[in-house]
Design a protein around this ligand. Sequence first.
Ligand code: HEC
Ligand code: HEC
Ligand code: HEC
Ligand code: HEC
Ligand code: HEC
Ligand code: HEC
Ligand code: HEC
Ligand code: HEC
Ligand code: HEC
Ligand code: HEC
Length: 325
Amino acid sequence: MSRPQLRHWIVAALMAAAAVLLAGPAHAETESQTAEAPAEAASAPAFTAKGADTCLKCHDEDTAVPVLSIFKTAHARAADSRTPFAGHQCEACHGAGDTHARGGNKDPVPPIRNFGIGKDTPVAEQNATCMACHQGGHRTQWPGSAHDRADVPCAACHQVHAPRDPVMTTASQPEVCYSCHRKERAELMRPSAHPVNQGKLACSDCHAVHGAPGEALLASPTVNQTCYRCHAEKRGPFLWEHAPASEDCGLCHAPHGSNQAALLVQRPPWLCQSCHAAEGHPSVAYTGRGLAGTTASAFLLGQSCGNCHSQVHGTNHPSGATLTR
Ligand code: HEC
Ligand code: HEC
Ligand code: HEC
Ligand code: HEC
Ligand code: HEC
Ligand code: HEC
Ligand code: HEC
Ligand code: HEC
Ligand code: HEC
Ligand code: HEC
């Protein structure tokens, strides 16, 4: 035996020994579960005797959904007693699969619980399976939320077999959402937009996707509170508030994106004039007609209200009553 061959042999032998050591207790556990099983089995279908080992005889990385990569995820931490792999393994999610496993060579194959859009397993049953372990935390708001009401399965967003679930990563999340939310895809492609497509923030930084008490699944109870999570300097309190800014950022900004600079819903001066009446000083854009106490000012020609009223979000300057400083 050459040295490299010898080394391979030793490594292989060590790995085999390790596999026996690791597999031993796991099998013992599965067996002890099946020992309890008969009581359950009286009415319900039976679990397989060997759990994942049985399933993996027929399902592996080459099937449509690569199955093995689940072993790289949090679900496969058998040492964590809360995970599927500490219990019935594959069948903790897919349901008791003895009949399926035994008939897996026949045509048609006996059914087993399956996840995703358009699968035979009803969405309510799919989601109840996940919720059996995940009803806490963010999911307390799930029942009755927009996605629950619309019968969206957990697996429409989550890929539990993937080594990294795309919806959990800022950069890959938008594509998951866009598969259903086309309008938002278009909005976030506009010239001025929150840099979601650039991976700087995620939809889920503004939206509590599992459910929220307020409108549009916003992460905070109101639009403004959601914006303040990142734009805290706009919160105030200000000595001189601008009423619309304190009320709803969405009066002037399109939260996803816009064709105007700074996500504005319209360009100033028309934005401003949508609320400020045509009477008196501020009325006429692009001319100086009616500017307080002066004749026509070159300032105004082709310019915007913001040139003078720069503090549209509110100001603490003692003489900032008209939001000019
Ligand atoms: C004897 C081989 C065999 C065994 C063992 C087996 N399966 Fe299957 N399974 C199949 C075949 C064949 C299909 C249908 C073709 C396909 O989708 O790959 C299938 C389909 C599935 C599906 C998709 C069902 C659907 O409705 O689309 C799931 C999920 C599944 N198996 C999970 C499991 C799990 C979990 C186990 C272990 C408890 C298991 N299988 C054991 C052969 C097997
Ligand atoms: C038997 C219990 C159990 C079931 C069933 C279960 N999970 Fe989990 N899941 C866990 C545990 C435990 C963790 C790890 C939590 C932790 O690390 O705090 C986890 C983690 C996760 C995570 C976070 C993964 C990460 O990388 O941080 C997601 C997403 C998830 N599960 C989704 C699902 C979905 C979707 C389903 C249904 C298809 C499901 N789970 C079914 C127990 C379960
Ligand atoms: C609309 C898409 C979507 C749906 C549907 C969805 N999730 Fe999530 N889920 C996410 C996103 C995005 C995150 C990461 C950001 C966050 O935690 O809000 C996440 C995170 C998680 C996590 C890990 C973080 C945590 O809160 O512990 C778990 C577990 C989870 N989801 C379980 C579920 C379960 C169970 C369901 C079905 C009842 C479900 N999800 C339905 C998008 C979704
Ligand atoms: C945490 C729950 C969970 C566990 C544990 C789990 N699966 Fe899955 N499985 C899913 C979900 C959800 C899908 C749908 C695709 C996805 O989300 O990645 C799926 C998809 C599949 C598919 C593809 C079905 C199809 O549509 O063609 C097979 C086959 C499968 N799983 C087999 C297994 C096997 C084998 C194991 C054990 C090694 C296992 N699963 C463990 C939740 C789980
Ligand atoms: C499988 C399709 C699907 C996927 C994937 C999906 N959604 Fe949804 N979403 C819906 C449906 C259907 C509704 C309810 C109908 C509606 O209001 O448009 C909804 C509603 C919403 C709402 C609330 C709208 C309202 O007016 O109350 C928000 C916000 C939302 N989704 C965000 C997201 C985000 C963020 C993601 C990605 C993490 C996502 N969705 C992934 C289908 C989906
Ligand atoms: C900067 C925060 C922010 C980000 C990032 C964001 N949204 Fe929104 N989204 C909002 C606000 C604010 C609303 C509107 C709430 C209102 O006025 O009703 C909204 C509304 C929605 C609605 C409901 C639209 C309607 O017509 O009722 C959906 C669906 C939605 N967002 C999906 C998404 C998706 C998908 C992403 C990621 C691709 C995303 N959002 C990213 C803040 C955000
Ligand atoms: C999760 C953090 C986050 C939240 C929440 C958030 N934003 Fe932003 N916002 C950003 C980032 C990042 C930028 C880009 C800053 C840059 O490019 O320097 C930005 C930029 C902006 C811009 C300036 C765009 C420009 O071209 O100058 C406006 C206006 C804006 N956000 C409004 C809002 C509004 C309104 C809300 C609430 C609906 C909100 N933001 C919520 C992170 C956030
Ligand atoms: C009355 C209309 C109006 C309202 C309401 C409004 N904004 Fe603005 N916002 C503007 C205008 C106009 C600009 C462009 C100013 C410029 O070009 O310097 C702007 C610019 C911004 C910018 C980018 C430049 C900067 O100042 O950082 C951010 C961020 C921003 N707004 C956030 C918000 C948030 C958060 C809210 C809600 C608290 C809000 N805006 C409410 C009109 C408004
Ligand atoms: C959604 C409606 C709305 C929009 C859009 C709007 N404003 Fe206002 N603005 C108000 C309200 C309401 C007040 C408070 C009026 C009052 O207290 O009498 C106000 C007050 C002001 C004041 C202080 C006036 C005073 O007498 O104290 C100035 C200056 C002002 N706005 C400028 C602007 C500019 C510049 C824009 C465009 C960037 C703008 N506004 C867009 C509604 C709006
Ligand atoms: C050349 C600078 C300048 C420009 C441009 C300008 N303003 Fe003014 N505006 C002022 C000054 C200075 C005052 C304070 C006048 C006073 O105290 O009598 C004022 C006062 C106001 C007031 C409060 C006084 C009132 O009439 O009730 C409003 C509202 C206002 N401007 C809105 C606007 C709007 C809307 C635009 C754009 C169409 C605009 N302004 C453009 C300088 C300007």
